[in-house]
Design a protein around this ligand. Structure first.
Ligand code: HEC
Ligand code: HEC
Ligand code: HEC
Ligand code: HEC
Ligand code: HEC
Length: 179
């Protein structure tokens, strides 16, 4: 209780405690139907979390640097914040309630997979992060920090892979990418 009372009200509902002038502010979205990408079971906004509130990508996708599959964070990661943060605007509160309900009912949301290579392609995600850096997400995934809903921006076609390998002097041996 003491902790909660000590926090400024702005921090409690997740708004910036610092002056917002130099910060990106995620827009209010009323028409979700016009957003690119698949509609997810919970309207989780990357522009709010990573653009406005500046949570690093690796906070949630921590396995991106160590695994072939970067993975989607477990609800436990969300609840580390949303135990306390209930949301400012009513639209946020409604979506955060879904997160809390899912946690209570132990029913993790079934996120729709957006990027998926065919099974005959080998893509070691972590090798790319190691070589290109944790800031390189944007190179392949676009400006996720400004995306209210994630959509695929790169083709993920063979030509796309090979062009970058040529540029970086990486092998183009068929068997490296194909089993
Ligand atoms: C607060 C946790 C959190 C943070 C921080 C976060 N993400 Fe995510 N990310 C998610 C969740 C949850 C999903 C699944 C729902 C969705 O697609 O929006 C996801 C999905 C994605 C996807 C789509 C995965 C697929 O199915 O193909 C990409 C790409 C992605 N994130 C990139 C990023 C990048 C780049 C950053 C940093 C700019 C970032 N994420 C920061 C939680 C997070
Ligand atoms: C490091 C803290 C933190 C973590 C971790 C976090 N959030 Fe949030 N989340 C916030 C803040 C801050 C807001 C903005 C609250 C406001 O002002 O309404 C927010 C807002 C939201 C909203 C409403 C706005 C939006 O983005 O659509 C949803 C839904 C949400 N979070 C879901 C999630 C889910 C799902 C996860 C786990 C994958 C997660 N959050 C992890 C801090 C966090
Ligand atoms: C060299 C290009 C490249 C870079 C750099 C990159 N990704 Fe990816 N990412 C991909 C490809 C390709 C896939 C699809 C992989 C597959 O289907 O096997 C993917 C898939 C994903 C997924 C979905 C996988 C899953 O397990 O559901 C997430 C989340 C993701 N990337 C996050 C990130 C984050 C965060 C970063 C930065 C730290 C990043 N990526 C950097 C190319 C890249
Ligand atoms: C840097 C990674 C990479 C290398 C190197 C690579 N490929 Fe591919 N290849 C892919 C990816 C990704 C796909 C799936 C996407 C697509 O079809 O474009 C693919 C798809 C294919 C397909 C299926 C095309 C289709 O239309 O279904 C064939 C056949 C193929 N590759 C042959 C080769 C041969 C032969 C070589 C060596 C000369 C090679 N690949 C080298 C990444 C690579
Ligand atoms: C933005 C540039 C970029 C793109 C796009 C890219 N790669 Fe790479 N890739 C690299 C770099 C750089 C390395 C070298 C990593 C290292 O040295 O460990 C690499 C390494 C690899 C390796 C390991 C090579 C080895 O020697 O074992 C594989 C496999 C691979 N990439 C597959 C792919 C596939 C499949 C795609 C497309 C779906 C792709 N890459 C797209 C930059 C890229």
């Amino acid at each position: 209780m003491v902790l909660i009372l000590a926090l400024p009200p702005a921090a409690l509902n997740g708004q910036q405690a610092q002056p917002a002038s130099s910060r990106y502010t995620a827009p209010v979205i009323t028409d979700t139907g016009s957003l690119k990408g698949p509609r997810q079971p919970i309207f989780f906004r990357h522009d709010v979390h990573t653009g406005q509130d500046q949570i690093p990508c690796m906070y949630c996708h921590y396995s991106a640097a160590i695994s072939s599959e970067p993975g989607i964070p477990a609800l436990q990661t969300c609840m580390g914040c949303h135990q306390l943060i209930g949301g400012g605007p009513p639209s946020h509160q409604a979506e955060i309630k879904k997160v809390r309900d899912a946690w209570r009912e132990r029913k993790p949301p079934e996120w729709i997979r957006i990027h998926a290579l065919p099974g005959f392609v080998r893509f070691p995600h972590m090798r790319h992060i190691k070589a290109l850096g944790t800031q390189a997400c944007v190179t392949c995934h676009g400006d996720v920090q400004k995306m209210a809903q994630v959509s695929q921006v790169s083709t993920l076609r063979m030509g796309w892979c090979v062009r970058c390998h040529v540029k970086n002097n990486v092998t183009r041996d068929c068997s490296v990418c194909h089993y």
